[in-house]
Design a protein around this ligand. Sequence first.
Ligand code: ADP
Length: 254
Amino acid sequence: MTTVANTVVELNQVTKEYPGGVAALRGVDLRIERGELLAVVGPSGSGKSTLLHIVGTLDRPTAGTVAIAGHDVATLTDRRLSALRARHIGFVFQSFHLVSGITAQDNVAEGLLYSGLTRTERRKRAATALERVGLGDRMHHRPHELSGGQRQRVAIARAVVGEPDLLLADEPTGALDSASGDAVMQLLHDLNADGATIAVITHDSEIAGALPRQVRIRDGQIVQDTLKDAHANAYADTQPLEQAGGEEPCHATD
Ligand code: ADP
């Protein structure tokens, strides 16, 4: 299965209702293109985790459509959805979720478990990924022998070792001191500069503000998307030029 689609995520009118009638998402449209680095930002209870679960294909919407790398998730069985997730999406969590008792290298190699590669090849690629995140000298350390910032970098290496179409980072700096948090955000910027598509889920406006695109969510709805704002402004900027051509402004009636 090869993917050439430039749209990595496309949500159309996505609604998610939990049993008991809580509408955690209400008519969400979201499009993420290859190579983007964006923040999904909102206060607690706004629907960020629910959105993460839907975009990460860990949950299905109540209504609306979700396409990941061109695949409509509604048409896939749970088994094929798991395969799609393993192949296309990498996850980073606030609390790292590393396997204790095994080395950083083996933790990263776990990110290739469903790749069909041999164990030797998985470990080789894991070593390269650890070097990429600046932990080439910590390969044989176990999680408890690493600092929080180092653990998160191992988790990031695990998430990107399979070169997923999308990296979903859920409050990636939430458990870190500010210096380690800054280093993790810098790493995400560097990975993005190398081509990775990354969505950071955060409640922190300062973290969100440092990323090129911010999608603000509140009460289950997107209330601001700076990319759409930029497009709207670019469109507005073209209007005087068109009108300068001597024609009457066009007043559309529909
Ligand atoms: P956030 O991640 O922004 O804190 P969530 O997506 O976790 O927001 O929650 C959005 C809303 O959905 C909240 O009102 C929350 O209480 C509700 N909710 C989340 N998960 C469930 C669930 N499994 N069952 C019922 N309601 C839920």
